[in-house]
Design a protein around this ligand. Structure first.
Ligand SMILES: NC(=O)c1ccc[n+]([C@@H]2O[C@H](COP(=O)([O-])OP(=O)(O)OC[C@H]3O[C@@H](n4cnc5c(N)ncnc54)[C@H](O)[C@@H]3O)[C@@H](O)[C@H]2O)c1
Ligand SMILES: O=c1ccn([C@@H]2O[C@H](COP(=O)(O)OP(=O)(O)O[C@H]3O[C@H](CO)[C@@H](O)[C@H](O)[C@H]3O)[C@@H](O)[C@H]2O)c(=O)[nH]1
Length: 442
């Protein structure tokens, strides 16, 4: 099948590369010329494990192309995938400017019947809106079918997720169009779930909202655990053994970030509000997440009294490990608060520094060397559970830091292990460990 993918971000590029890998001829279109130039050479503009290798292979085998020209990109296409961004408006609703533009680009540049597949996360009804724009703008009589095919990949494991997903959701009115999309995806061997267009659009928001709810729920439980002396790791494990609950997404921490949960939860409350429904539960999930992000700063304040003049090592900047994505990362909130409180921040991240520079104040020193970040610091705040942090020899904290006081927002270390080292260790939903008596007065 000949396929065009519009938008080469995390979703579009991975989708385009994966579709070419299973044998389709794919042209990826993006308006960003510099990005397209790099991709033509087989260089991925995003950090995603396994992606460069697949790009290089499929370009070499003549199945994967890149262009900035919509007319060229659509010329051969039987199917067009839309994968442009749907960021949030100031009121939290989804901004459909890019979607709108792509619909117009399609209408202006196609010359044969087409199936338009929307991968972007869009409010319920948007696929019909896309079809309306295309049909209104078309200058020739062509058939346009729409299919909602929301994406569930996670950043950092997106290539793996595409080949090993739990389901592919296909929402369509036209049986024929749905069958074409099902056939395109057959080589992935992932189960297909067929439904109507609006339900497919809703499945995406409901899934993200549910996962975000699970996270805020377990974070609230962790806060209570600290007060009653229970251990959140045991509690999560014990809960997760119940198949009705499931063990995944019960990891307490400093809240969810990233390009999806924050914006999609807000967008769903807006979708509900537009239909006179007050989605109170989801609003609380969002509020809990906001508080959770500040949790470690509160703990540090409680511990030190003031953070003015303190040198603080922030370990991990990306919103999760194995990605360079800084969108809505908890590190941004935490670092801003630390600076407002008068602290000096030295931050470590192995991958995300370039992106982090766009989000953080200039006076934040950044390094991809964890030892440099820790050197002479008064305390360390662990924000992202990078391998480099989890595998750090715990001796290093006492060796490098002025005072080895650690606030771990991702429960990276077993408490029994921490006890063997000189440190003062505060984590999430677990009892504090203080092994150095003299630190209590610092
Ligand atoms: N990032 C994820 O993990 C993820 C997962 C599932 C779903 N989604 C959804 O997928 C969509 C895309 O997300 P993303 O993170 O890949 O976005 P992104 O911002 O990383 O990439 C979007 C790309 O689209 C390009 N673009 C914009 N307008 C264009 C146009 N008219 N023609 C061609 N290219 C154009 C931009 O230059 C950019 O490269 C969003 O709706 C998002 O909610 C994202
Ligand atoms: O038990 C958990 C699981 C995740 N998180 C946090 O939640 C955020 C999101 O993590 P994750 O879901 O792994 O990453 P994303 O790449 O944002 O993927 C989510 O958002 C995508 C965009 O819509 C969807 O496609 C995916 O299915 C959905 O998991 C991160 O800050 C994680 O640290 C936790 O705090 N505890």
């Amino acid at each position: 099948m000949k396929i065009s993918v519009v938008g080469t971000g995390y979703v579009g590029l991975v989708t385009g590369v994966a579709l070419s890998h299973i044998g389709h001829v794919v042209t990826c279109i993006d308006i960003d010329e510099a990005k397209v130039e790099r991709m033509r050479k087989g260089i991925s503009p995003i950090f995603e494990p396994g992606l460069d290798e697949l790009m290089i292979k499929n370009i070499a085998e003549g199945r994967l192309f890149f262009t900035t020209n919509h007319r060229d990109g659509f010329a051969q296409a039987d199917v067009i995938y839309i994968a442009v961004g749907t960021p949030e408006n100031e009121d939290g609703s989804a901004n459909l400017t890019f979607i709108d533009q792509v619909a117009r680009d399609i209408a202006e540049n196609i010359s044969k019947d087409i199936i338009v597949v929307t991968k972007s996360t869009v409010p319920v009804g948007t696929n019909y809106y896309i079809r309306d724009i295309i049909e209104k703008q078309l200058k020739v009589d062509l058939q346009v079918d729409i299919v909602s095919n929301p994406e569930f990949l996670r950043e950092g494991s997106s290539v793996h997720d595409t080949f090993h997903g739990d389901r592919i959701v296909i929402g369509a009115d036209s049986d024929d169009a749905a069958k074409v999309i099902e056939e395109i995806n057959t080589p992935f061997g992932v189960p297909v779930y067929r439904t109507d267009v609006r339900s497919a659009e809703m499945i995406k928001y409901a899934s993200n909202a549910f996962l975000a709810t699970k996270i805020s729920f377990i974070n609230e439980i962790s806060n209570i655990c600290e007060k009653v002396g229970a251990d959140i790791e045991s509690v999560s494990q014990g809960m997760g053994l119940d198949k009705r609950i499931g063990s995944l997404f019960l990891k307490a921490g400093i809240g969810y970030g990233g390009s999806c949960f924050p914006k999609d939860t807000k967008a769903l409350t807006q979708i509900a509000a537009n239909h006179d429904h007050n989605f109170e539960l989801l609003k609380s999930v969002i509020e809990v997440n906001k508080h959770q992000q500040s949790m470690l700063v509160h703990k540090a304040l409680e511990r030190f009294g003031t953070l003015r003049g303190k040198n603080i090592a922030v370990l991990g900047l990306a919103f999760k490990p194995n990605t360079d994505d800084m969108r809505e990362a908890a590190s941004i909130v935490i670092i801003r608060q630390l600076i407002d409180l008068g602290a000096t921040v030295k931050a470590f991240d192995p991958i995300a520094i370039n992106n982090a520079k766009k989000h953080l104040p200039d006076n934040v020193e950044m390094t991809n060397n964890i030892e440099k970040a820790l050197k002479d610091s008064d305390c360390a705040i662990i924000v992202t559970e990078w391998k480099e942090i989890k595998e750090l020899n715990l001796e290093q904290y006492a060796r490098l830091m002025k005072t080895p006081v650690i606030f771990d927002g991702r429960n990276c270390y077993e408490l029994e292990r921490v006890k063997e080292y000189d440190m003062e260790y505060y984590s999430i939903g677990r009892r504090p460990i203080v092994t150095i008596k003299q630190l209590e007065s610092v």
